[in-house]
Design a binder for this molecule. Sequence first.
Ligand SMILES: C[S@@+](CC[C@H](N)C(=O)[O-])C[C@H]1O[C@@H](n2cnc3c(N)ncnc32)[C@H](O)[C@@H]1O
Length: 279
Amino acid sequence: MARPAPITRPGRSKTKKALYTQVSSDLRHQDGVVFMNYGFLGDGADAPRLLPEDEPVRASIQLYHHVAAAVPLKNKDVLEVGCGRGGGASYVARYLHPRTLVAVDFVPGLIDMCSRVHGGITNLRFQVADAEDLPFADRSFHAVLNVESAHCYERPGEFFQTVFRVLRPRGHFLFADFCAAADTELFEAELADAGFLTTSKRNITPQVIAALDDNGPRLRAFLAAKLPWHLWAEYGEFAAMPGSTTYQRYASGEWQYFSYVLQKPAAATRRKNANPTQA
Ligand SMILES: C[S@@+](CC[C@H](N)C(=O)[O-])C[C@H]1O[C@@H](n2cnc3c(N)ncnc32)[C@H](O)[C@@H]1O
């Protein structure tokens, strides 16, 4: 069986950069908004203990905890790609104690905000960088973290290859994102082509929907109080508010949300195009 063509999304990154630059501008007076993910509400069994000041953003932290705490990060060198408003990087740096955490995003306004709001965390620094052109040396990091960002990338397969390059042998790629259910196999073929071994994979759509349901009333109140009315519908879609078309895509199963723990083998050789005619 022929291997499916790689995922390419012409113009996607450019459009997404404009979108997130606009979001950064719309939220320029909202430094308290430190996450842009849907969140994760599980059965509570592996819920992290949080400081009181982190409780209001528990669901978004739990998404990070679910992904990042899958392997020990203590005293490791970690890269986060697509850090947004930095709340996840702040959580990982403060609670999981990596030696260093470099968090990058391609929107300069977001990195300015992150440096201002989370600047006092000594093992964390922020930098402007594009996921599709990461300016780091080969084998620089023990782990790379990527939460709800890769759906924006024009060529996710090339991103996976770059992550593989900057990871040390046996390093971990801790990855979570959504995609159309029909694209899941393509993503997984591209991860395998990059050379990764899959240690674990979980469909976390139910936990994400539970978080969206829980957050709905707070989101509605935030929009009404903080943003001009002409932005409410757009941000309701952006944040997958219950009742929105975006929310319905998850509820119907058309889109699904997955988390993966992937590993670069000890003796790493990339398998890209090793045998493109085999499935
Ligand atoms: C949905 S937000 C998630 C942010 C953060 N991970 C969180 O969970 O709060 C997606 C983020 O990915 C960033 N992003 C999208 N494409 C990118 C790229 N090519 N390089 C770097 N960052 C990118 C966006 O600017 C945005 O901050």
